[in-house]
Design a protein around this ligand. Structure first.
Ligand code: 0O2
Length: 243
């Protein structure tokens, strides 16, 4: 021990040094999460605007609901660990694509492609990857349209490019995925293969029902088109015209 330095002083100094660095890390982590939350808000607003506009044009809502979340610290640490990376602020920002996540629940399958395409065309959005698990479902039956996008977010003194994971699926696909997700946290059991097979069979039924519902909607729309045409014919030919 150094002469003239009391042991308690050394302990206190170490304590504050350690906690200062922990405090700095917590602050940096909090700032990064704030940036992801802001990116979520930006992307969410884009979907809300598209929904408002499309509802006016089509008299129905293509988007049923939007959910979002920032990944929990424990899940972030687990994912980095799985990738063999240290839990650092840089690794969170550079190695993970799904810290900010948005789930868009659509009414019909064609709505999914419509809103995804409209978002991808916006000039401040860069599409990093697309995984179409609707055209190519996962072996367990999982269906959903996934996009990783980058979006610029403007803060007080900088512009940050933030990555957001977007999952777009129908109400029925979402219902299925929520139930199937619960299997992830269940331990092995004799019932498991049967449940997995039953879930897969439900996924096929859901996919067929989604396709039929879309077919029915299109037929109803074509009925409306006929009605609108005859209404405009009547208006054109028989209603009083302003001079
Ligand atoms: P959690 O617990 O929901 O967050 P990546 O994120 O790119 O490193 P991956 O698995 O290649 O990893 O990406 P992918 O396939 O696009 O899946 C991303 C997310 O989609 C998953 O996140 C799940 O939320 C969801 N997902 C993918 N496959 C399935 C599935 O078979 N069933 C269900 N219910 N959800 C699925 P996480 O981090 O794996 O899980």
């Amino acid at each position: 021990m150094q002469e003239g330095v009391n042991e308690n002083e050394i302990i206190l100094k170490e304590f504050f040094e350690e906690n200062n660095s922990a405090f700095d890390k917590m602050k940096e982590f909090g700032e990064l999460m704030m940036r992801y939350n802001s990116a979520i808000r930006e992307v969410r607003t884009k979907f809300e605007v598209l929904n408002d506009e499309l509802s006016l044009k089509t008299s129905r809502n293509p988007i049923e609901s939007i959910q979002s979340r920032v990944k929990k610290p424990m899940s972030i640490a687990k994912k980095l660990h799985k990738l063999g990376k240290e839990v650092t602020i840089d690794n969170i920002a550079n190695e993970l694509n799904d810290v900010a996540g948005i789930r868009v629940i659509c009414s019909f399958i064609d709505d999914i492609y419509r809103v995804a395409d409209m978002l991808a065309k916006q000039d401040d959005i860069k599409v990093v990857t697309v995984k179409d698990y609707i055209k190519k479902p996962k072996p367990n039956g999982y269906r959903s349209y996934h996009m990783i996008v980058e979006i610029p977010v403007f803060f007080s003194d900088s512009k940050q490019i933030m990555r957001v994971e977007i999952q777009i699926r129908t109400v029925a696909m979402d219902f299925w995925a929520s139930l199937e997700h619960q299997m992830k946290y269940k331990k092995e059991s004799a019932d498991r293969p049967e449940i997995v097979a039953e879930l897969k069979s439900c996924a096929e039924v859901i996919a067929a029902t989604d396709a039929r519902m879309q077919g029915i909607r299109k037929r109803i729309e074509s009925l409306n088109e006929g009605e609108e045409k005859s209404n405009s014919f009547l208006k054109e030919n028989f209603a009083d015209k302003a001079i």
